[in-house]
Design a protein around this ligand. Structure first.
Ligand code: AMP
Length: 112
């Protein structure tokens, strides 16, 4: 499968890893939008949030168990934002489910 994040998870494309476990891989966004900008992805390919179902939602649960650990490791004691872009209108550019963790500064109060 020609998927950028699958290749990153497989180590075929380099990444700045910040966390990994059996289900989850997390690495720094190559174009950070905040002092901390981490992408958290399932090892198993899921195209987007729109593809989550009863058969793969355990991967999403694992991601949300990992997120507080990553936030703590990154020193995000004052809060952070978690975002997933899903599909064309949300400008999803990589079609492997990923959650952006953004923090390290006061973020704008508007989402869009
Ligand atoms: P989205 O637009 O929500 O699909 O987010 C995709 C994100 O992947 C963007 O924030 C990109 O900066 C990021 N990105 C693209 N290629 C890489 C890469 N090789 N390593 C790390 N982040 C990447």
């Amino acid at each position: 499968m020609d998927c950028l994040f699958c290749k990153i998870i497989a180590g075929e494309i380099p990444s700045a890893k910040v966390y990994e476990d059996a289900h989850v891989y997390a690495f720094r966004d190559i174009h950070p939008m905040a002092p901390v900008h981490v992408l958290v992805v399932p090892r198993r390919h899921i195209a987007s949030a729109d593809e989550v179902n009863a058969g793969n939602s355990a991967e999403v649960a694992a991601i949300f168990e990992a997120i507080p650990k990553i936030a703590a490791d990154e020193g995000l004691t004052n809060g952070y934002r978690v975002i997933t872009n899903c599909g064309e209108d949300a400008c999803q550019s990589v079609h492997h489910l990923h959650f952006h963790i953004l923090g390290g500064r006061k973020l704008p109060d508007q989402m869009a």
